[in-house]
Design a protein around this ligand. Structure first.
Ligand code: SF4
Length: 116
């Protein structure tokens, strides 16, 4: 059985396919597409960018992001976790909001500084 996907490594956007048993990749124009397809089949990961609540009457949300990609199946769990977070400001760019989420070694950090 083949799984079809669009390689997002570069703007060319090759429509690659990967055999789910042999892991043979087709229609990729370069090796990066092969690596992408195998990772996407065997261990898909994603970066998360979102916002969290802050305790301020002047500003409503703080933009945050993961420092690296996390397993795709953990994205909604992380969104739920971040929904329960309320950050005290001031906050500086790069401050760690959550560390080592789900034991992935990945942190969630602020992507801007905020003062009240
Ligand atoms: S396979 Fe290579 S050329 Fe095609 S989208 Fe992926 S990185 Fe770009």
């Amino acid at each position: 059985m083949k799984k079809e996907m669009i390689c997002i490594v570069c703007p060319v956007g090759c429509h690659v396919s990967i055999d789910t048993k042999t892991h043979e990749v087709q229609n990729n124009k370069c090796k990066r597409g092969e690596r992408y397809a195998k990772k996407e089949l065997l261990n898909p990961t994603r970066m998360l960018t979102t916002t969290v609540n802050i305790d301020s009457i002047h500003q409503r949300r703080l933009p945050v992001k993961t420092t690296d990609a996390i397993p795709k199946e953990k994205l909604f769990d992380l969104m739920d976790l971040l929904e329960s977070v309320e950050i005290k400001i001031p906050v500086n760019l790069g401050d760690v909001i959550l560390s080592n989420v789900f034991d992935t070694g990945v942190d969630v950090v602020a992507t801007m500084s905020l003062k009240d």
